[in-house]
Design a protein around this ligand. Sequence first.
Ligand code: SAM
Length: 267
Amino acid sequence: MAAAKAHQRACDLLATQRPLTVQEREFVLRHWQESQNSTTVTTLAGAFFTPLDLAKDLALYVSGAVRLIDLGAGIGALAWAAYRNMVAGYLSPPHVEIVCVERNPEYVAVGRRVLPEAEWICADLFALPDDLRDFDVAVSNPPFGRTPRSGRGPRYTGRCTEYHVIDVAADLARRGVFLVPQTSAPFRYSGTPDHRWDRSAEYLRFAQQTGIVLEFNCGIDTAIYPGWRGVRPTVEIVTCDFTERRTSRELRLPPPDEQGQLALLAA
Ligand SMILES: C[S@@+](CC[C@H](N)C(=O)[O-])C[C@H]1O[C@@H](n2cnc3c(N)ncnc32)[C@H](O)[C@@H]1O
């Protein structure tokens, strides 16, 4: 009931004709829920909106970026947090460019009210125009696992949509930061005292096919955040430097600080 009321308040804010304040935008990001509006089962489409406080943590990784693209932007949680970080601390905010790609027009309409400073493109991220290039950073909380897809990444041929999205991002930006299911990250950190590297066969396939290595973050435990609106996925933040593609041979060598991983990497 409280959720329905808060969602209605978010809708009322969106229906006003004036620009929203910072507090109002964040209220919408925290409380707008598609499931309160329609009979669509949001989770089937993989549309778990990121809790705003987690989005703000992830935005630590956009520091220094001027051009950013958000793939599968939803209503704009990641893009909003990134935007706030990109312009933060400047008396006269620097020029920044944010592009949000989202295929659901209802989300795009909400996103345009939450972050009108961004360019919102209602499109399929697997069929983007060629002129979307040269971003400093790509961010995404993509659909996870075997969600239905219209296309695939340019190199990866496996089953995980999150890896396909990262593969797409690698051709658009110099670096990336993503939320992925914990099982798709090469480490276990969030929600467990047993911190360790753990590379699945599917991760190794992704790395071998794309040359992309997913790296650890600065120690963000995503499990502390409630606010997933009805779901509670276990996720990790992974970072990547897309300018550093590894060859198959390099991927087989143990990283200097992870001698114990040799067997896994060579698998
Ligand atoms: C897990 S949600 C995350 C939304 C938002 N990034 C956030 O963090 O709150 C994934 C989003 O990707 C969108 N999406 C799924 N497949 C897509 C595609 N092929 N092209 C564009 N957007 C897509 C969904 O509609 C959904 O909004």
